[in-house]
Design a protein around this ligand. Structure first.
Ligand SMILES: Cc1cc2nc3c(=O)[nH]c(=O)nc-3n(C[C@H](O)[C@H](O)[C@H](O)COP(=O)(O)OP(=O)(O)OC[C@H]3O[C@@H](n4cnc5c(N)ncnc54)[C@H](O)[C@@H]3O)c2cc1C
Length: 407
């Protein structure tokens, strides 16, 4: 029986350990935190959106889409559902294909996985931050900052990324991978709120609005997301903003364009405002446009269009002023300062280059070394795509490592 060392006891590490142990390996997980899978507990707002029934490359971002596509081909949604069915966790999908534990408790996912590790005889070493990993004298040697040392025939790096440092020891895995000759694409916080510099935001904080939000760079639209946008004093949050953060990368001169009425054309918007103004010529603007949109947003847009909601009446409006307001309702621009930092980010964009990984997730730089999960240059959108990637890459790496170890 060959020894397999797994560095990182998160989603990918546990999946890798279980599949390696089932394939006959003697597995030890080395986890830097005081307990494993800490991050899993906070996923999906405590409900753990653990996968999605619709897996496709368009839900992921990487510098090498061709490699990602090849890797994802081996990872159908059923790889995740079969994995959990095998270990006894009942799952269910919602109308959008998002997979959850049937009991909707992230803690249950952790309980099931920890029991499975115990049943498979996987050794879990916690409080063990790995600082050194190398290949010497025919085996991998791994050392921790606490003075521990382990040797193994195969090594699986599942150290995650830099996001959410409260939930995991963050960022150390990249240096370990680089020590084996790997390169990393630039890292950036993903699935996070966006900082925006618009002066009206301070007065709009706390408002949630259904809309579409587009990310534009140098005036060109890069991506558009629909959903509930949350306005905060520092910028925008909510699912649309988080999804767009994955597309930010190194884009320059970026803005968010908010369309408050995506089902209404620009022309129809102008007609609607003109009709309202014509119907109540003596009315103050605050009354004329009441009922269209959250009052505070409407006030902010009127102010931006140079209109005073209280002192102006509809009859004083010029056509170009109405057109300016209609344009703002369809395309309100917020200059983007960048993503919020690592603390707020759910995942890491960038990572160990995918072209340096084989289809079995074995390193092309060092045979016997495997990498899986967020440490790799792949980031998924909201909807369970990141955990799907973590489990499945872990499962394949674990199988590969155990096969490799059977020499
Ligand atoms: C708030 C939040 C909510 C989320 N919700 C969802 C969701 O609902 N659905 C979804 O798909 N994704 C979600 N994600 C993303 C998802 O949790 C991650 O993509 C996934 O956990 C990555 O798995 P991983 O095993 O690669 O890394 P991690 O889960 O980060 O695990 C890595 C582990 O390695 C350990 N480690 C790191 N370096 C060392 C070292 N040197 N020595 C020893 N141990 C080390 C860390 O302590 C950690 O336990 C969420 C993330 C956050 C922060």
């Amino acid at each position: 029986m060959k020894k397999i060392l797994v560095v990182g006891g998160g989603a990918a590490g546990i999946a890798a350990a279980l599949s390696a142990a089932e394939a006959g390996g003697r597995v030890t997980i080395l986890e830097g935190q005081s307990r494993p899978a800490k991050k899993l507990l906070v996923t999906g707002n405590g409900r753990c959106n653990l996968g999605n029934t619709r897996i496709a490359p368009e839900y992921y971002h990487t510098a090498r889409p061709d490699r990602l596509e090849a890797l994802l081909e081996q990872m159908p949604a059923t790889l995740t559902t079969d994995f959990f069915a095998h270990w006894g966790l009942m799952t269910m999908a919602d109308e959008a294909g998002r997979l959850y534990p049937y009991c909707r408790q992230a803690s249950m996912v952790v309980d099931v996985l920890l029991l499975a590790l115990q049943r498979c005889g996987v050794v879990m070493e916690t409080g063990c931050a790995v600082t050194e990993a190398l290949w010497e004298r025919g085996a991998f040697t791994v050392k921790s900052s606490q003075g521990g040392s382990w040797r193994g025939d195969a090594l699986i790096l599942t150290t995650g990324g830099k996001a959410a440092p409260k939930q995991s020891l963050s960022g150390a895995g990249y240096a370990l991978a680089k020590g084996f000759g790997h390169s990393c694409t630039p890292l950036y916080p993903c699935l996070t709120a966006l900082r925006c510099t618009h002066p009206a935001l301070r007065g709009l904080k706390g408002i949630r609005v259904l809309c579409t939000a587009a990310l534009c760079s140098n005036g060109r639209e890069i991506a558009r997301e629909a959903g509930e946008l949350q306005l905060t004093e520092y910028g925008v949050s909510g699912i649309p903003a988080m999804q767009l953060s994955c597309r930010l990368g190194a884009q320059k001169d970026t803005e968010i364009s908010v369309d408050f009425f995506p089902d209404c054309s620009a022309g129809d918007m102008r007609t609607l405002l003109n009709r309202r103004a014509a119907e109540y010529p003596g009315g103050a603007l605050e009354d004329v446009f009441l009922g269209l949109l959250h009052k505070r947003i409407m006030y902010a847009l009127m102010k931006e269009a140079g209109l005073s909601p209280l002192s102006r009446t509809a009859r004083t409006l010029r056509l170009e002023e109405l057109a300016r307001l209609a344009a703002l309702l369809k395309d309100w621009r917020l200059p983007v300062g960048g993503p919020m930092g690592w603390e707020q980010a759910q995942v890491t964009g960038g990572g160990v280059a995918l072209q340096e990984i084989g289809d079995d997730f074995q390193s092309r730089c060092c045979p016997g070394l495997y990498l899986a999960g967020e440490v790799l240059d792949t980031v998924g959108e909201c909807g369970g795509y990141n955990l799907h990637w973590a489990w499945c890459s872990g499962i394949l790496a674990g199988r590969g490592a155990a096969g490799e170890a059977e020499i």
